[in-house]
Ligand binder design. Structure first.
Ligand SMILES: [Zn+2]
Ligand SMILES: [Zn+2]
Length: 1001
């Protein structure tokens, strides 16, 4: 669309498709009418297409980024042991226990977990277990118990307890006893027939008290069970069988960490509590069985940050302690150099594997074996002689196990086969559906490797067998990733092509309908020729779509694949059906001189820079500060060429931009400042007085005419104006009164409530009756939305309202000035072609290259309307106190509606100014809307590639919501257009006949 302007200018002289002259004045009326109808249909169609397209492509992220890694139908592979190392296993998970608080001494130099420390030094093995973000309870427990890192796609299933959907150590066990939190235990046990479990009611998780009693609860439950067994022979028999798992979930540290932070004495004391519980469980079971066939594993699902939260990839969250002892577990070894290294070079939390043990832990002399969190699952399975959970991706940590050489190899081979089975299953599913299957090449000969391993084992060359098995396991893990991302290239290409196609369709539409090119294409003969030729294109498009659909059907692709591909093919068919237009453009471009391309490239570069700035502003709102600081200077320099300094406009534009730049430096969480809200009422009145003064004093001035011109009677308007000023004053007073009353009496006075509703409601209706000149209508809208905004404000955002309005005024002045100067230039050098106006109407002109500025500035202001007073995080934590001037009782829906309405008001101002500008400079508004959508889709593509499926919930959620929000802009902007049209449609500007000149300013 950058060509539009130049194209337009050249058309006037030669016409790119070789048609000139204006001899069909008879047919003109008919052509105009039919063309307008055609244009209207086409605009509606494009909007519908845009909405559908964004909805469909938005869903694609679930097929690309959030696909579950789980497959079904693999056979479990039990290790070939003569006798498993342990008969039963106790798993203790201290929820939210971070490694350093567990291992380090307190201020007095005493260690907090004396029992487990003694175990580390004398009886068992230890290490740091690395969790993968999101470091949350459910993914952590799934990694430990089922051996895989749960994909965020589980979010789409609502985090239901779904034990049948994945395998776990508990599933494979003979019986599982589990006690703990109602959020964790049911995930694994609720549908497990061979389990005995219990959880406390949710009310127990009261953050106010010391939560360590939750840990005691789990222990007491288990102790009670053992005591009952003395009287219950059936239970006793069950307890004496092999392959039993006991799982005690200890929530205390997590609750206390959230409530009191991990430096609090309550949290640190809880570490002592879990150590004590580990000791009691140990003695309880050793006394009960007296057979030394129990293994114990103590670990945590995630850590706890200094702020008392968890979720991200910070070491305080990902590093958790792991202590194992008992049957089948090695005794401690003295540390030898960097012996705690594992086969992996980095862990799942991206930390290097050779991080030295902190000195104050006092454990440098005991060998440390770090693991990935999912490695604990195969460790538990192997200890009990069970097959690893079939969905596990954990590597058996041999450093923990006391096995002979043959058993070691057998254990690793079972682990390898289990991972390989997943790969083979995935490969089988893909190959049975795909027509052009690309296998994972490194593992085509896996059966040969397996038989080689067996041969080596029977020849007792265990070392070689082990090496082969480990290599095979690593390759299998790589292969799993290969199949997880198998469709990525295809899907991403299709979606990117789709967005690009949509942008080209939009650009072609803008060129064809709102640029001077349309003059030629409206000629009947061209339309008919176009139709005949495009028929062929449509037929081939349909054919292609049919072929691809059949291919998709044969490949059993998910239903949405059809939609993605269909949409993309459809868009490109649309583009090819316009090939005459494209050819015309190409021909036109080739005839241009170099300076034209420089202009074009410059415009493109500016557009890309601005769009990228907007992309980054989603995470860094301070960028707007820089933008407005620079924009103020640049705009006033540019203005200097078209109007003299003494008009004051360049200075005004610069200062208003600088004023707005302040707000993005302020905190996103708005601090309470009632006086500021009251004062900003006065600021609003002052601004409107200035506008009024301008309106009356600039009446005779020709430069101001197009802004101040209005048709309606003045007497009623000045009364209306007084009422509006009065309402703003009242709302300002009401902010003061109702807040004061509420802080004193803890409630809102019902008369205050009534007045607030009345003032806010009535003031929004008033602008509809104001004079219909640009300045008077816009300042009336500004005044009309001020009372509700003030009444909903709590701090600096009330001032932001005025600052935004002033910048919008500056924008209008800027566009007015450049419109004038261009008009002066044009009228001095070009002929007035009447045919130019037949397509879009007498009061609109064609878009030019320089008009690209309008949608770009609009996008910046539209975004700053939101980011000026907050960011995405601050929406969630909105200051509720602002709505208490309207409601007394807690009602979430009404509160949310009021808060959303408050967010809408700045957007409305921007859209109103935008509509006014399109009228002022006489460009088609829908044309500008399509350009806005085009630019925001550059952002959409960028955010599409920025969607993350790893990291904390917040990072994942933000990346999705950024993509979703830009995708939804096509609807959102349109909706706001429709709403604000109520206020702006009656705006009149001075008819074209008089052309003012700048000399009079
Ligand atoms: Zn947790
Ligand atoms: Zn937690």
């Amino acid at each position: 669309m950058f060509l539009v302007g130049e194209l337009g200018r050249s058309m006037r002289s030669d016409g790119i498709l070789g048609v000139g002259g204006s001899d069909q004045s008879r047919a003109t009326a008919v052509v105009v009418a039919s063309r307008r109808r055609w244009l209207k249909r086409r605009e509606t169609w494009l909007v519908v297409l845009g909405v559908a397209l964004h909805a469909v492509y938005m869903l694609s992220i679930f097929d690309i980024y959030f696909k579950t890694p789980i497959v079904h139908g693999m056979d479990p592979v039990p290790p070939r042991f003569s006798e498993p190392p342990a008969k039963r296993l106790v798993l203790l998970i201290s929820d939210g226990l971070r490694a350093d608080k567990f291992f380090e001494p307190d201020e007095e130099g005493k260690y907090r977990a004396p029992f487990l420390r003694n175990i580390i030094k004398n009886q068992g093995r230890w290490g740091v277990s690395h969790a993968r973000p999101p470091t949350e309870s459910r993914p952590g427990h799934v990694a430990i118990i089922a051996g895989f890192y749960e994909d965020p796609s589980a979010v789409t299933k609502g985090w239901k307890a779904n034990p049948v959907e994945f395998d776990s150590v508990f599933n494979q066990s003979r019986h599982t006893f589990a006690f703990g939190s109602p959020d964790i235990i049911p995930i694994f046990c609720s549908a497990l027939p061979h389990s005995t479990w219990n959880s406390y009611p949710h009310e127990y998780e009261d953050f106010a008290t010391d939560a360590s009693f939750l840990d005691e609860w789990s222990f007491d439950q288990f102790e009670g069970l053992l005591n009952r067994s003395h009287a219950d022979p059936k239970l006793k028999e069950l307890l004496h069988q092999d392959k039993l798992v006991v799982f005690l979930h200890l929530l205390g540290c997590d609750s206390n960490g959230h409530a009191h932070r991990p430096y609090s004495s309550i949290y640190l004391n809880n570490v002592k509590v879990v150590d004590k519980i580990a000791e009691r469980v140990y003695h309880l079971l050793e006394d009960y069985y007296r057979d030394n066939r129990t293994s114990y594993i103590f670990t945590a699902d995630h850590g706890m940050s200094d702020k008392g939260s968890h979720g991200d990839g910070h070491p305080t969250n990902t590093d958790t302690p792991l202590v194992a002892w008992g049957a089948g577990i090695q005794y401690p070894k003295p540390a030898s150099g960097n012996s705690h290294s594992d086969s992996v070079t980095t862990f799942v939390d991206k930390h290097a594997h050779d991080m030295p043990t902190p000195y104050d832990w006092g454990l440098r002399r005991v060998e440390r074996v770090d693991v990935n969190q999912a490695d604990i699952a195969p460790l538990m399975s192997t200890l009990l002689g069970l097959p690893c959970p079939v969905n596990s991706v954990g590597n058996l940590p041999l450093g923990y196990m006391k096995l002979n050489e043959a058993e070691e190899v057998e254990a690793v081979v079972a682990n390898t086969k289990q991972i390989l089975n997943q790969l083979l299953r995935k490969s089988y599913i893909k190959s049975s559906n795909s027509l052009f299957f690309k296998p994972f090449k490194p593992l085509v000969h896996h059966s040969f490797s397996l038989s080689q391993i067996d041969e080596l084992i029977s020849a007792k060359s265990y070392e070689a067998a082990m090496k082969l098995a480990v290599d095979l396991r690593n390759l299998s893990l790589e292969g799993l990733h290969y199949f997880q991302t198998y469709d990525w290239l295809m899907l991403m290409t299709v979606i990117t092509l789709g967005y690009t196609g949509w942008m080209i369709v939009l650009a072609l539409h803008v060129l064809q309908c709102y640029s001077s090119l349309s003059g030629d294409l409206s000629k009947k003969e061209h339309l008919s020729v176009q139709k005949k030729d495009s028929g062929k294109v449509y037929i081939s498009g349909c054919l292609l779509m049919a072929i691809l659909s059949v291919l998709n059907l044969v490949e059993h692709s998910p239903p949405l694949y059809h939609a993605y591909i269909g949409m993309t093919v459809f868009l490109w068919t649309q583009i090819f059906s316009e090939y005459r237009l494209i050819r015309g453009l190409w021909k036109y471009l080739r005839e241009r001189r170099a300076d034209y391309f420089i202009k074009l490239l410059f415009a493109a570069a500016v557009a890309v820079v601005i769009v990228e700035l907007l992309v980054h502003s989603f995470t860094e709102r301070k960028l707007y500060t820089w933008f407005f600081l620079i924009a103020g200077v640049v705009a006033s320099i540019l203005l200097h060429f078209s109007i003299p300094w003494r008009s004051g406009i360049p200075v005004f534009v610069c200062i208003s931009c600088w004023f707005l730049s302040v707000f993005t430096l302020m905190p996103a969480e708005i601090p309470d400042n009632n006086n500021l809200v009251v004062t900003s009422g006065a600021i609003i009145i002052v601004i409107s007085l200035a506008a009024k003064w301008l309106g009356t004093h600039a009446e005779g001035n020709k430069f101001w005419q197009s802004i101040t011109f209005h048709e309606s009677r003045t007497q009623m308007c000045s009364m209306l104006y007084c009422i509006q000023i009065f309402l703003v004053g009242v709302s300002s007073v009401m902010v003061f009164l109702s807040t004061k009353h509420r802080t004193q009496n803890q409630e809102l006075h019902s008369s205050h409530q009534f007045i607030n509703w009345l003032v806010a409601g009535s003031s929004m209706v008033l602008p509809l009756f104001s004079a219909n000149g640009i300045l008077s209508r816009l300042s009336s809208i500004f005044l009309g939305f001020a009372p509700p905004f003030l009444l909903l404000s709590i701090g600096y955002e009330a001032v932001f309202y005025s600052a935004l309005a002033v910048v919008l005024m500056a924008w209008i002045l800027f566009e007015n000035a450049s419109h004038h100067s261009s008009k002066v230039k044009e009228s001095s050098l070009s002929e007035n072609n009447t045919e130019e106006h037949i397509t879009i109407g007498s009061d609109e002109r064609y878009l030019q290259l320089s008009d690209v500025r309008i949608p770009l500035v609009f996008m910046v202001l539209f975004n700053v309307a939101f980011f000026g007073t907050g960011n995405f995080a601050s929406i969630a934590s909105f200051e509720i106190s602002s709505v208490y001037r309207f409601i007394t009782i807690f009602s979430p829906f009404l509160m949310a509606a009021l808060l959303i309405f408050k967010l809408f008001i700045p957007f409305m101002l921007v859209i109103c100014a935008f509509s006014a500008i399109t009228k002022l400079v006489r460009v088609p508004r829908l044309g500008c809307y399509f350009l806005v959508i085009l630019f925001s889709d550059i952002m959409t593509i960028h955010f599409f590639f920025l969607v993350k499926n790893t990291g904390s919930w917040m990072e994942i959620g933000n990346s999705i919501s950024h993509f979703g929000i830009v995708s939804a802009q096509v609807v959102f902007v349109l909706l706001l257009f429709a709403l604000t049209n109520l206020y702006t449609r009656s705006i009149r500007i001075k008819p074209l006949s008089t052309s003012p000149s700048l000399k009079t300013l």
